[in-house]
Design a protein around this ligand. Sequence first.
Ligand code: S3P
Length: 162
Amino acid sequence: MLIGAPGAGKSTVGRRVAERLKVAFIDTDALIEEEAGMSVSDMFVELGEPEFRRREEEAVRRALDEQTGVVALGGGAILSELTRSRLADHTVVWLRVTVSDAASRVGMNQARPLLLGNVRGRLTQLLNERTPLYESVASITVDTDGRAVREVTSSVLAAVAA
Ligand code: S3P
């Protein structure tokens, strides 16, 4: 299970790790979008964040129950106490990133509704609020700042094999 802030590289690294381990890969945002037939951004606008979080909690529950491979969780999934307790039974890898690296990776990507308008400011706020939560559920922490996808992937593989 990969957790971390937007821009940490969860989806990109998760897909590579799954390929290397020859297991399936699921991105919970993609699961939610597929089921709703709408993008996460549209869901924030049309249904609101609380409804998105409700669907996210359910999508993560199913992914944790059914998935035997790699799961990338949306950056805010760990805001749910229920999700945090469910993660206790799994190997949870926190891809740690600082505001500067996350901001340059995310850029002005419209697909991240929570960051629109003030990417650095919002990321700073999200990281301040969430760092203790990421820390509390992580069984493994991998730093990603200044590192290429290939290097982070290797660190994750080495850590889960240890
Ligand atoms: C969110 C992160 C997004 C997505 C949604 C909310 C968050 O996923 O789930 O926009 O609260 O941090 P990524 O972490 O993949 O950007």
